[in-house]
Design a protein. Structure first.
Length: 555
């Protein structure tokens, strides 16, 4: 083969590799308007975030900040209305069978991807099958199986059936049918969560492994289009989507996100006009709290310490109980966090899950004082018993935490408390970026870990489901058949259609979690935000997506 021919083949391959996933604005196969952002007008909102974004893949992303950005650019079947209720998005209507097992959604005719392709029922089928496919390794695949209870999902997740057997099908381009194994009263609430967002299969296949790794490898069907992004970047830019079906209601011309993990730096940039929205912590809260632009906003996140029950020390119940009773939560929120977040002693936050009578599942953050409280005398008693049972006097634990300013301070405070209150205990701090910390906890390479969880939907199961045997987010690898049985009854068993009995059973499950000390609750995050007075209409939610900008204005 001649040199020039070889060179031509190589160059052809590189051309396909480098440009095969471009958004193809000139394709004659497009059946709708291609998004042209060159003429977009409107002011740009400048937003601080404190976490590096690793993925904008709706089935792969794992944290609330990523979910916010994905929700900026993607609509699912449903969306959250400003008042927190469920509203139609890509779905224009739905029909539910009398037995509650079959949902049929009619899709909008005016919803398009930013490359001009129409959004179809096939996009949802592909995305959901991809989410449940074990090969995808989606941490949120359980939302399809254990939470949404979609037909055949459990068998697919365990490798016993193929993904194309999932109980979801496109009757035609604009009609989607979903079959459940049992009625799920909060099913519609799940549909505004990122795992259930659609993906354009043709575009995905073009991108291959590069999908959602840059602005050119992700499509939008939502209010904004991603124009600047790379995993780990500290700057993310979005522009208004002119072909969005509700584009006339979107006032902002775009959103610029900046990753800033230092509260003082954030406040300085805010005061200089570089940022419109920031989140403060520590001493900066005191400096700003008297400003008319200061807002204290509940986020729904629960911060807690997870013990690795596979560690031989932490497998001992008395050792775990000693640790949780040795932590002064009030000191943490008053002297370290200092942003208005309340200390908590329960695994389910307040103000997000209510029963049919409007009763909060967690009306009291100190609901079980006999199981979780700051009590040094009690902690040392448990510790002494653990020393006797383990036949050891001294212990060393590795404590993993994020390299965020606040979490470093919280972890350091907990380390000092534990070492002070429990003699002969030493704590080694392992501080790393959030992605590395999460990886370490998933692999079990830790003894105790500082982490958080926010509600994905408005039901206590969004928390309680974490501690069933084998759940991806069960960092401590806790396993209790009694607990698993209660959760099974509440999801697809005898109690799933009995709301009052189910509520009582979930309370019993919550008690077990505290009794077995598989979580050390710390505080319920309340964000200390500064928002410029010329910015209005940000919708704040404690569930799924914390901030939505579809009705935001900047004058």
């Amino acid at each position: 083969m001649g040199y020039m021919k070889v060179l031509f083949i190589i160059m052809s391959f590189l051309t396909v590799t480098l440009f095969g996933c471009q958004k193809d604005k000139n394709s004659t196969a497009n059946r709708g308007p291609v998004a042209d952002t060159s003429k977009v007008s409107g002011k740009v909102l400048n937003v601080m975030i404190n976490n590096i974004i690793e993925s904008v893949d709706p089935q792969i992303a794992m944290d609330g900040t990523s979910f916010e950005i994905i929700a900026d650019i993607t609509d699912g079947l449903k969306q959250m209305a400003p008042d927190g209720s469920v509203a139609n998005a890509i779905a224009k209507s739905e029909t539910i069978s009398d037995d509650g097992l079959t949902y049929t959604f009619e899709l909008r005719d005016d919803a398009y991807w930013s490359n001009g392709d129409p959004v179809t029922a096939h996009d949802f089928v592909f995305a959901w099958q991809r989410a449940i496919d074990p090969a995808t390794a989606s941490e949120y695949s359980y939302m399809i199986s254990d939470i949404a209870q979609i037909k055949n999902a459990v068998a697919i997740a365990s490798g016993k059936m193929e993904p194309n057997q999932l109980g979801v099908r496109a009757i035609d381009d604009k009609t989607l049918e979903v079959q459940l194994t049992v009625p799920v009263s909060y099913f519609d609430q799940l549909l505004y969560f990122c795992t259930f967002y659609p993906i354009n299969e043709k575009f995905y296949n073009k991108c291959g492994d590069s999908f959602a790794t840059s602005a050119d490898t992700i499509l939008s069907n939502g209010a904004f289009i991603l124009t600047e992004f790379s995993p780990g970047s500290k700057s993310i830019k979005l522009v208004k989507n002119p072909t969005y079906y509700d584009a006339n209601k979107i006032s902002l011309g775009g959103i610029n996100y900046s990753v800033i993990d230092n509260s003082l730096d954030a406040l300085n940039k805010y005061n200089s006009g570089t940022l419109d929205i920031i989140q403060l912590s520590g001493d900066q809260v005191a400096q700003a709290k008297n400003s008319s632009e200061f807002k204290n906003i509940g986020s729904g996140y629960l911060w807690y310490v997870a013990p690795n029950t596979q560690n031989p020390y932490l497998a001992n119940l008395n050792f775990r109980l000693a640790l949780t009773h040795a932590i002064d939560r009030e000191q943490i929120v008053n002297d370290v966090v200092k942003d208005g977040s309340p200390a908590t002693y329960v695994p389910i936050p307040s103000d997000f899950a209510y029963n049919s009578s409007g009763k909060d599942f967690t009306p009291n953050l100190q609901e079980f004082p006999e199981l979780c409280a700051f009590d040094v005398q009690k902690a040392r008693s448990y510790y002494k018993t653990a020393q006797q049972e383990l036949g050891m006097q001294s212990f060393k634990l590795v404590f993993v935490a994020d390299d965020n300013e606040v979490q470093i301070a919280v972890a350091t405070n907990i380390k000092n408390q534990l070492e002070t209150n429990l003699p002969d205990l030493s704590i080694e701090l392992n501080i790393s970026p959030k992605s590395k910390r999460r990886e370490a906890m998933h692999k079990g390479n830790f003894d105790i870990g500082l982490t958080r969880w926010g509600p994905d939907y408005a039901d206590p199961m969004t928390y309680l489901g974490m501690w069933i045997t084998g759940n991806e987010n069960n960092y401590g690898q806790y396993s209790n058949p009694e607990y698993d049985a209660i959760i099974a009854d509440c999801t697809d068993g005898a109690l799933c259609t009995k709301p009052a009995e189910r509520w009582t059973a979930m309370k019993a499950a919550e008690r077990i979690i505290l009794r077995d000390a598989v979580i050390y609750p710390l505080y319920q995050q309340s964000n200390a935000d500064m928002i410029k007075s010329n910015v209005k209409g940000i919708a704040f939610h404690s569930v799924a997506v914390n901030r939505i900008y579809k009705e935001t204005t900047k004058n």
